[in-house]
Ligand binder design. Structure first.
Ligand SMILES: [Zn+2]
Length: 113
């Protein structure tokens, strides 16, 4: 059977990371297209391997989205330090306390750890 059977496992990771199902679907299709035909079945894939592949895809997405473009001039509204980074996704992220100004919540991209 086709690896498609594990799409729910894939989507669960993307849901948890706050991505829409459209993003999950296009990233999944891209991943499947890159698999060798023999890896494209559920004898070589399992829920864990698909979840791990999804985590890796998310890590790469976040690396693009949260790349630092520059430092912002203003101070972090949460911790007061002047360490706000302007990121590729247009958001301001504090590298000290992980506050995301536009989202109003703490977040740390996986690749920053
Ligand atoms: Zn801060």
């Amino acid at each position: 059977m086709h690896v498609e059977n594990y799409f729910d496992n894939w989507k669960r990771e993307f849901d948890a990371a706050g991505y829409t199902s459209d993003v999950a679907r296009s990233e999944f299709d891209e991943w499947v297209a890159g698999l060798d035909g023999e890896l494209n079945n559920d004898y070589t894939q399992n829920p864990l391997s698909v979840s791990a592949a999804a985590e890796n895809a998310i890590w790469l997405l976040q690396q693009d989205e949260w790349a630092q473009i520059s430092y912002a001039d203003e101070n972090c509204p949460k911790c007061g330090r002047q360490r706000l980074e302007k990121c590729a996704n247009g958001k301001h992220w504090c590298e000290k306390c992980n506050w995301v100004v536009e989202d109003g919540k703490f977040f740390r991209p996986g690749w920053r750890n």
